[in-house]
Design a binder for this molecule. Structure first.
Ligand SMILES: Cc1cc2nc3c(=O)[nH]c(=O)nc-3n(C[C@H](O)[C@H](O)[C@H](O)COP(=O)(O)OP(=O)(O)OC[C@H]3O[C@@H](n4cnc5c(N)ncnc54)[C@H](O)[C@@H]3O)c2cc1C
Length: 537
């Protein structure tokens, strides 16, 4: 028998990138908000980044793939039908515990792809509408960078100077400059100076196993402490099984398992989903009822459809000189938007970005890092290891995959999590357009590495553990027949149900999505604040 808790005004499910931003914004305005999160608080002092065995942790309890990690708070994902494995973390802070904190915004053109290129759909919001929220989010997360990137409209002053490029960065810049191609020091949500009570980065490198200094902006150290100080309630180890409906067809709360496995019921006036592009469709599909037999808010049939990941090709240059590539944040040095916008003479529509990646530790180097095969075992091992360790630059090609309805998240018929809740199953394949785009990107990345002086270039055309970005599975739109939520994340079917995470992206752009996810969450939160009385009546 479920225990029923007192009714709250706004119930947010998921305490990750979007949930943290949203809950803070509402709490800051004095709105009664509670969040249910299936994971717990992380202890930054226990992060393994500074331990000898840090690379082992990266592959076990800090593996970004929940199927390998298998912690009690994780749920399994059937990934047999996709060449790109979905990655995430489940805790207060969500996947920002794991993320590399590369912090580009989607470009203005990304919001208008139907108008510009006749593909997919325009977003119901524009870059210009989101700009104040991008800026506010930068302030809350703390961004290292430098203004003046011509690929974007002007931005407000970055909070700290950019991450040092180091020898590796200086080397690849030589390649971009030789070719006359665009490059810019990446915006990174990693502090290079103390800011807002947080310490600066010490350039130790493995940001993806949690930052023990708090220099990397995960929402457990940025938004959540402020949200809680302003009255937001956060229940951890609370795994939501379904969103419930009242007789009037409106959402009236959620049923969840608490840390002792007991079923609890949380009543709410408004329910807000922030479980990411896989967790949110999973929960909606698990919340079927006589009113919504195909899953909650799914009259359009689009819940779980149009999954976009961003395919990643990894192009690694090997250099003669020692580049000290293991110094500094792994994923954040330089970005290039040279091939971002459509040029049909290339044989595909839309484009890709380059993201320059530094080097991993010794064990990961021996395992081949981003290549699909380890360096040779046996007599040649030490020679090849010596040639690679600290001496490689990886230019990652991050491509825009367009929404396609067959790429989807569904419920697996047999697989469940430890509470017996049906697990998601992912089916995804790359389009012809994406394949041509990645081929083009690999050739250009090879060119820039050679122009920088690489003596050898090695390629992984599609990185499998690269499902970092989970987008599009409950898309926004003005037309209820062709979208799940409106421009304020409000379900077309259930008026007091909102979605604020990466699921609502209409298209993916060709950059990491989190600054845009959070800007959208803050934009939707402002709508709440302006309409609180009407929404809560
Ligand atoms: C290894 C890695 C590297 C990355 N690097 C970058 C990067 O450099 N730049 C970038 O922009 N992005 C990066 N990302 C992606 C980024 O982390 C995500 O885009 C972002 O966190 C998504 O925000 P979200 O709010 O949609 O979901 P999340 O942050 O994933 O939060 C979802 C939360 O919902 C909770 N939840 C799910 N289901 C339930 C349930 N049933 N009940 C209760 N709680 C639930 C989860 O536990 C989780 O805490 C990376 C991700 C990974 C894994």
């Amino acid at each position: 028998m479920a225990r029923t808790n007192d009714v709250v005004d706004v119930l947010v499910i998921g305490a990750g990138a979007s949930g943290g931003a949203f809950a803070w914004s509402l709490a800051d305005a004095g709105i009664n908000v509670m969040c249910l999160e299936q994971g717990g608080w992380m202890d930054p002092s226990a992060y393994p980044s500074t331990q000898d065995a840090w690379e082992i942790h990266k592959q076990t309890d800090f593996n970004p793939n929940p199927n390998f990690r298998s912690l009690p708070q994780d749920y399994p994902v059937n990934e047999s039908g996709t060449p790109i494995a979905p990655l995430m973390f489940n805790a207060v802070g969500g996947s920002t515990i794991h993320w590399s904190a590369h912090f580009p915004r989607l470009h203005p053109s990304d919001f208008r792809v139907r108008t510009l290129d006749g593909v997919a759909d325009d977003w119901p919001v524009s870059y210009q509408q989101l700009e104040p929220y991008f800026s506010l989010n930068d302030q809350m997360m703390g961004v290292a960078g430098i203004t003046g990137d011509t690929a974007y409209p002007p931005k407000s002053e970055r909070q700290t100077p950019p991450i040092p490029l180091g020898k590796l960065g200086d080397t690849i810049v030589r390649g971009f400059e030789n070719l006359g191609w665009h490059w810019w020091p990446s915006d990174s949500a990693i502090l290079t100076r103390p800011y807002d009570g947080r310490a600066a980065c010490n350039n130790c490198g493995p940001c993806e196993i949690g930052c023990p200094l708090g220099a990397k902006a995960s929402t457990d150290v940025t938004y959540w402490p402020k949200a809680i100080a302003r009255g937001a309630m956060l229940k951890t180890n609370a795994r939501v099984r379904e969103i419930t409906l009242g007789k009037d067809g409106l959402a009236d709360g959620a049923v969840y398992y608490d840390s002792d496995g007991r079923v609890q019921r949380q009543k709410a006036r408004i329910v807000v989903m922030a479980c990411n592009g896989i967790g949110t469709p999973r929960l909606l599909l698990n919340s079927e009822s006589s009113l919504f037999p195909d899953g909650l808010a799914n009259t359009s049939g689009l819940v779980g459809r149009n999954l976009m990941f961003h395919p990643y090709s990894m192009v690694m240059g090997v250099f003669d000189e020692q580049l000290e590539g293991y110094k500094g944040p792994l994923g954040c040095a330089i970005i290039s938007s040279e091939f971002y916008e459509t040029d049909l003479s290339r044989g595909f529509v839309r484009g890709y970005a380059f993201q320059v990646i530094r080097n991993p530790g010794p064990a990961t180097t021996a395992q081949g890092f981003v290549l699909s095969s380890p360096i040779p075992w046996g007599s040649d091992h030490h020679r090849v290891f010596g040639e690679r360790f600290g001496r490689t630059i990886t230019v990652a090609v991050i491509g825009e995959d367009l929404p396609e309805s067959h790429n989807r998240v569904d419920l697996d018929p047999t697989l469940t999590d430890s509470d017996g809740i049906p697990a998601p199953k992912v089916d995804y394949r790359m389009s012809e357009n994406s394949l041509k785009m990645m081929d083009h990107g690999i050739a250009r990345a090879t060119e820039v590495l050679q122009a920088a002086g690489a003596k050898e270039v090695l390629v992984n055309p599609l990185l499998r553990p690269a499902g970092w970005h989970l987008l599009g599975t409950a898309r926004m739109g003005a037309d209820a027949g062709n979208s799940v939520v409106d421009s304020y994340g409000r379900s077309h079917d259930v008026k007091n149900l909102f979605i604020i995470d990466g699921s609502i992206f209409v298209t993916a752009g060709a950059v990491n999505p989190t600054s845009t996810i959070q800007a959208l969450a803050l934009h939707i939160a402002d709508y709440f604040k302006q309409n609180a009385r009407h929404l809560l009546d």
